[in-house]
Design a protein. Structure first.
Length: 230
């Protein structure tokens, strides 16, 4: 069986894995087989997840990104109902907000992405990336789910209108639970729309049970982006 994710190279953002739900084609001009009209294509825009991996998946081999998270889930589910974009950070680097913004622009222009239903999530280093990207560009997203990461609590004011569901393991010995707690507290202080799940027995791997839970994806689909986020 051919791989379910295509490898896409980019010279000005990140190389990434592209997952398109079964029946969707990669060219914006041929979204579904037999459907060519522009008006029909507009009606077929799909919810999209931007997934940011952790530090261990950095490098130049995109197959490494499939080890964990949403990129792993879609390798096993051809009927997964989202477009999934899984970029890869080069070795030794951290997620760069500007480059991720360029990537999103490219993706929205190239694939049948519904710009009002773009969801952001990531684990560990990708959890930090999720907090930082969402705080810098909150208007892009409908909802975010940072896992075992942290951010700048001063930037929480930018996230007050953005639905957030944060996850962390209580026994995490790599990224302290307090990293998520600080962000959640800052959001609550600003009356933010935030949920927080702490797994009492989980260590650093709080992502496996999170991404295996259909409730996360149902929660994503309950949200569309605000046209203006202050």
């Amino acid at each position: 069986m051919p791989p379910l994710q295509r490898q896409v190279s980019s010279t000005d953002s990140y190389n990434y894995l592209l997952f398109l739900p079964d029946g969707v084609h990669g060219d914006a001009g041929d979204v579904y087989e037999g459907l060519r009209l522009r008006t029909q294509r507009q009606q077929l825009l799909l919810p999209t997840i931007l997934f940011l991996h952790g530090a261990g998946q950095r490098g130049s081999n995109l197959d490494d990104v499939k080890k964990y998270g949403v990129a792993k889930i879609v390798e096993e589910q051809a009927d997964f109902p989202f477009i999934v974009i899984s970029p890869q950070s080069p070795r030794g680097e951290y997620w760069n907000v500007e480059r991720l913004g360029i990537l999103l622009d490219q993706v929205i222009a190239s694939y049948p992405v519904d710009p009002d239903r773009v969801y952001l999530t990531g684990l560990s280093m990708g959890g930090y990336g999720t907090w930082h990207l969402a705080a810098a560009q909150p208007e892009r997203f409908a909802a975010i789910a940072p896992i075992c990461g942290g951010g700048n609590p001063q930037a929480a004011r930018n996230l007050k209108n953005l639905p957030v569901w944060a996850f962390h393991g209580a026994k995490d010995n790599v990224v302290p639970l307090s990293e998520s707690e600080i962000m959640v507290s800052a959001l609550k202080a600003r009356d933010g729309n935030v949920k927080f799940t702490v797994y009492p027995e989980a260590k650093h791997d709080s992502w496996t049970q999170t991404y295996n839970n259909p409730e996360l994806y149902n929660w994503f689909l309950q949200h569309q982006r605000h046209k203006a986020v202050n």
